[in-house]
Design a protein around this ligand. Sequence first.
Ligand SMILES: NC(=O)c1ccc[n+]([C@@H]2O[C@H](COP(=O)([O-])OP(=O)(O)OC[C@H]3O[C@@H](n4cnc5c(N)ncnc54)[C@H](OP(=O)(O)O)[C@@H]3O)[C@@H](O)[C@H]2O)c1
Length: 286
Amino acid sequence: MKILVTGAKGQLGTELRNVLEEQLPGITDYTDVDTLDLRNAQEVARYVERGDFTHIVNCAAYTAVDRAEDEKAECSALNVDAVRNLAMAADSFGVKLLHISTDYVFDGRACRPYRESDKVNPVSQYGTTKRKGETQLLAIAPDSVIIRSAWLYSPYGHNFVKTMLSLADKLSGREPLRVVCDQIGTPTYSLDLAKAIVTVLKARQWVPGIFHFTDEGAASWYDFACAIMRIAGKQCKVKPILTEDYPTAATRPCYSVLDRSRIKATYGIEIPHWEESLQHCLSRMK
Ligand SMILES: NC(=O)c1ccc[n+]([C@@H]2O[C@H](COP(=O)([O-])OP(=O)(O)OC[C@H]3O[C@@H](n4cnc5c(N)ncnc54)[C@H](OP(=O)(O)O)[C@@H]3O)[C@@H](O)[C@H]2O)c1
């Protein structure tokens, strides 16, 4: 087994490196844009051919959801073209590809957790390009695995937890933090997703197709912010507001809870509740 992780310096990539170095040490090559620019098809093909890899895990993506509305070409280059380049290389050299996608492929009009077979209908540029990446990948390399996740956070990179903690320090109890309460999803600890990815890589059987993985439970961004303040012991008050009172460039699904039954049944994965994982992450960040 020899693994290539792309986008290895991002928040998921960094956690995946932590887990791989512990569970499968010494068999992984970690790249990011400085060592392998996934937008360059020839470079990707050459790298994959020379590396003699058995598996690729793609953690690279254009993830700036609001900026994507203006930077359509940049977003598409990474979420669509780069995925196609990886898919072609994986298919040409017989490498198994595991790719990460998002809850933002759905429009949020459901009233129960989304299953893998549910109709997609992205409502943002980011979601649209991530969906195009999925379809290209499955058309070129149908043996691939796609794991859709949501609301990722970790001690690394940019994420909601780090933003809330820094805003709490900046406001230092002077005024409440306004956070939207009418978008529901599941906060997901990147370390839990990284562990699930390694379980899939280590499994005896490779089962292609789409899987949903998030932590257990569901919450609004407001619930998430309240839990962050409570667990981190911040004095900052949190005030619930509506999406219409916090306009953003990109539309987000108002409900994007994912049904994780398939990944649990296929791989016997036990998933922690999001609040338990948040406690773990915050204790590491202290
Ligand atoms: N973040 C979330 O809440 C969330 C939710 C659901 C699904 N996901 C998905 O989960 C995956 C991991 O997300 P993440 O939050 O870990 O993303 P991230 O922190 O933004 O990491 C993405 C990595 O890709 C790198 N990259 C950028 N351009 C590249 C290129 N041309 N070639 C190679 N690498 C390049 C980035 O480098 P630079 O930083 O230098 O640009 C960064 O290190 C993505 O597929 C994302 O769509 C994320």
